[in-house]
Ligand binder design. Structure first.
Ligand SMILES: [Zn+2]
Length: 351
């Protein structure tokens, strides 16, 4: 790919909004996605920040909007390429999927003679990602779930590990990502990429936006593009394993834990009650973990996911100690509180 980047003529110190043509509508109109490029005075790496690769996951759209309008930090080196909505045709339908029912995040690097999704993937990959040195891709949980903010990256590779740890989430999950995902494909093509998974679909949640902004700034400080000190979380743990705890009977969920909470083996996570409020069964943690995700749909059937537990390396003792000393007004505590407003959390046995 020897073609110049679409932002090749953006001068040092300049910021510019551009459009990338990725598809066409039924009427033949061009479908163009907006990007904003900030180029610093000094040379340095080019970092892409992308959102809404799944069109319904718009927390990242809010974070990038803030990066564009409020310019919360100054970049001194390199360039920042901001793509607030990658899967524009999905975004238009509030949908994870593109109009051809494909998941764009399984179609990278795409094909210029392939499906609608494949062509869109190709257009974005060739015009944007191939011209970037790093990528931070912002996601939310799938529909009817919320995620405690966590970064996912291939921790076996030094560049992705470096970005993932620098971002500054408490939980850092190891994995290459699914085949065809932007982060896996970009990393393999020489653009080390990480993702943030945070909050819910169809929402721009203030504390999640704040985590996104803080993380992008932390990464840019790590890459020597921004001056200042990174903001660190109360603790940081890597996660190689996680477990979904699933409903055993149909009924209504009442949670006893909130996102981000450390839980011990056998601790009650949720009670499933019948429609008259009688307890049917209590779901326990199969082993020590931290609550990574919860269902936001309180009605469940057997086999449906209820609680996603991360099992951090090094156990819970260090995590509990770090959280015990955390300021109640810190971002970490506000996040735990805000995400829990979306689910009913009551003490176990509390009726
Ligand atoms: Zn996603």
């Amino acid at each position: 790919m020897s073609e110049a980047a679409p932002w090749a003529d953006v001068r040092p110190g300049e910021s510019r909004a551009l459009h990338i043509t990725v598809s066409e509508s039924y009427s033949g109109a061009e479908i163009r996605i907006p990007i904003v490029v900030h180029r610093a005075q000094q040379p340095g790496p080019t970092v892409a920040v992308t959102a809404a690769v799944h069109g319904d996951e718009i927390n990242g759209v809010g974070a990038i909007r803030d990066l564009i309008t409020n310019r919360p930090f100054q970049i001194n080196k390199g360039a920042l390429v901001l793509a607030p909505v990658v899967a524009l045709p999905g975004f238009e339908r509030h949908s994870r999927y593109l109009p051809d029912r494909r998941d764009l995040n399984r179609c990278f690097p795409g094909s210029s003679s392939g499906s609608l999704a494949g062509r869109l993937a190709r257009a974005f990959f060739d015009q944007v990602i191939r011209h970037c040195d790093y990528c931070i891709d912002l996601h939310s949980a799938a529909v009817r779930r919320t995620n405690f903010p966590n970064v996912r990256a291939d921790l076996s590779k030094a560049p992705t590990r470096r970005l993932a740890m620098a971002f500054g989430c408490e939980l850092v999950l190891h994995g290459k990502g699914p085949q065809g995902s932007l982060r896996r494909t970009a990393t393999e093509a020489g653009c080390p990429s990480i993702i943030l998974e945070a909050g819910e679909v169809w929402k721009i949640e203030p504390a999640v936006v704040e985590i996104g902004l803080r993380g992008v700034r932390n990464v840019l400080i790590e890459l020597d593009m921004v001056e200042g000190q990174p903001v660190r979380p109360p603790y940081q743990a890597t996660v190689l394993r996680s477990t979904w705890v699933r409903a055993e009977q149909g009924g209504i969920l009442q949670f006893h834990v909130a996102p981000g909470e450390p839980v011990s083996r056998r601790q009650a996570l949720a009670t499933v009650t019948d429609l008259l409020g009688r307890a049917l069964h209590v779901l326990d943690a199969p082993r020590d973990g931290v609550v990574l995700g919860l269902s936001t749909m309180p009605a469940v059937k057997p086999g449906e996911p209820v609680c996603h537990l991360a099992h951090p390396q090094g156990g819970l003792k260090r995590i509990r100690a770090a959280l015990a000393g955390a300021d109640a007004h810190s971002l970490a505590e506000r996040l735990r509180h805000d995400l829990a407003t979306n689910v009913e959390v009551q003490a176990a046995g509390g009726g």
